[in-house]
Every structure is written in C-alpha cells, then in structure tokens.
Design a protein around this ligand. Structure first.
Ligand code: 3PY
Length: 254
C-alpha cells in the first residue's frame, strides 16, 4: 500500500546555523508529537547543508533526507553541479525533480528531466517528480492535457521497476508562493486524473501504490482538508516547512 509523505522543500533559504536550529526544533516536535503515525517525513535543505542536517536526524527512519535537484551525469567536468551519486553518498534518499521553479528559471524540460530521473534512480534515490499547470493553462481549460503531456514525456518512459520508486507531486504553478491554494476538490480532481494516467501507462496496481503529493501554498490551516481527499497522499511543502510549528502541524494533519 502507498505511503503518506510530508516533504519540506526549503528552497534557497536558511543559513547553516538557521537550518540547524530549524531541524533541531522539527526533530524534537516530531519525536514528541508524531511517533506512531503513518507518515514519512522528508526534509530537503540546500545542498551545502545536507551532511550537517543529516547528522541531526534521529536514527530509525522517522525523518528522511532529500535534495532539491541533481545533475543528470554521474561525475565529470560540470563545474558547480551535484550528481545523484554524490547525494546518495551523503545519506540523501529522495530528490525533487522537475519543480516548476527549475523548469521556469533553469529551462529544465522533459528531455532533461528524463535523464535526471534515470540518474537519480541509478544512484538509488527516490525521485519526487513535480508536475503542474500555469494559471493561463488552467484558465484555457487545458490542465489535463498539459499534465498528461508532462507525465508522458517526463516520467512514463521508466520501466515498471523504476516507476515503483517514484513519488509524484502535483504543484499548480498558480499556487506556488502566491498564497493561493488549490481547493481540496481541485487537488483531488487532478490527483485522481494522475492516478488514472498511471494506471493506463503501467497498471492498476502501480496506480494504487503511487504516492501523489499536493504542493503549492499548503499550510497548517489547509493540510487536513487537502489530506482528507482520497487521492492526496501528503504534501510537498514550501514556506510552511521553514516554521517548525507549522511543519509539525502539517505532519499531524492525517
Ligand atoms: C510551495 O509550496 O511553494 C512549493 O513550491 C513546494 O515545493
């Protein structure tokens, strides 16, 4: 059966010191308040802090380490880049790929993302693969076609075994960093559609077992309503993951 996941995407925020203070608070609150729950918690700090933040995580797998991106090659002359194998070697288990900010600001397209997915899987990482439409696309009533294309071109080239390792995140671009959240009905509608596409591309079992997260201004106030939807299996959390109280409350929202 699929897992519920709450993943915090810290984006390009915090210093090492702020990050250490934040993770210490999160660990304490999660240990005190969330033990026994059926949620896997993931924190995705910036690259330079991964090793240090990883050392703060309790043993026993209550909180897992994720990265926000990786390069598609294993190693080589790619100044400034970080490979999936490097991430795996410092204890990273998850990697966010295809976030709309990477697609928009760094021109990452489905071809490149396909290569990154392969590299992440080869290194033993679990990709959190993001899809989502712009406001323009939604208003033109093209959301489903757009998402179906992102899934086909970016993700569905994977084998069944590879796809088993993937978490999908639906992040409507119009809800990222805008304070606008999709209603739970809007989120459920797209999540159910994504699950249906997975069933078509793979099979019913793969669809049933895939964790699909909602992202885009999810917070402590709206998480319970979003997570109560049958096809919403948790959240990829931006701003609210930088506040220990809010992040813990979101984790407690199942
Ligand atoms: C947001 O909620 O702003 C996100 O982009 C999460 O990844």
């Amino acid at each position: 059966m699929r897992k519920n996941i709450v993943a915090g995407n810290w984006k390009m925020n915090t210093t090492l010191q702020d990050g250490q203070a934040l993770i210490s608070e999160i660990v304490n609150m999660v240990q005190d308040e969330v033990t026994g729950s059926n949620v896997e918690v993931v924190v995705c700090p910036p690259f330079p802090f991964l090793t240090t933040i990883g050392k703060h995580l309790p043993s026993g797998g209550l909180i897992h380490l994720g990265a926000q991106n990786c390069h598609q090659k294993d190693s080589g002359a790619y100044t400034g880049e970080v490979s999936a194998r490097m991430l795996q070697s410092v204890g990273v288990e998850y990697v966010i790929l295809g976030h709309s900010e990477r697609r928009q600001y760094f021109r990452e397209d489905d071809e490149l993302l396909s290569q990154k997915l392969k590299a992440a899987l080869a290194a033993g990482l679990q990709p959190i693969f993001c899809v989502g439409e712009s406001l323009e696309t939604r208003e033109a009533d093209e959301t489903f076609d757009y998402i179906s294309k992102q899934l086909k071109d970016g993700l569905f080239h994977l084998s069944n075994e590879e796809f088993d390792q993937v978490v999908v995140a639906y992040e409507p671009i119009w809800a990222i960093g805008t304070g606008k959240t999709a209603t739970s009905a809007q989120a459920q509608e797209v999540h159910a559609f994504i699950r249906e596409q997975i069933a078509r591309a793979y099979d019913a079992e793969a669809a049933l077992n895939t964790t699909i997260l909602y992202g885009g201004s999810a917070n402590a106030q709206n998480a319970r309503e979003l997570f109560s939807q049958p096809d919403v299996d948790g959240g990829l959390i931006g701003g609210a993951s930088l506040k220990s109280r809010d992040f813990t409350d979101i984790i407690k929202s199942f």
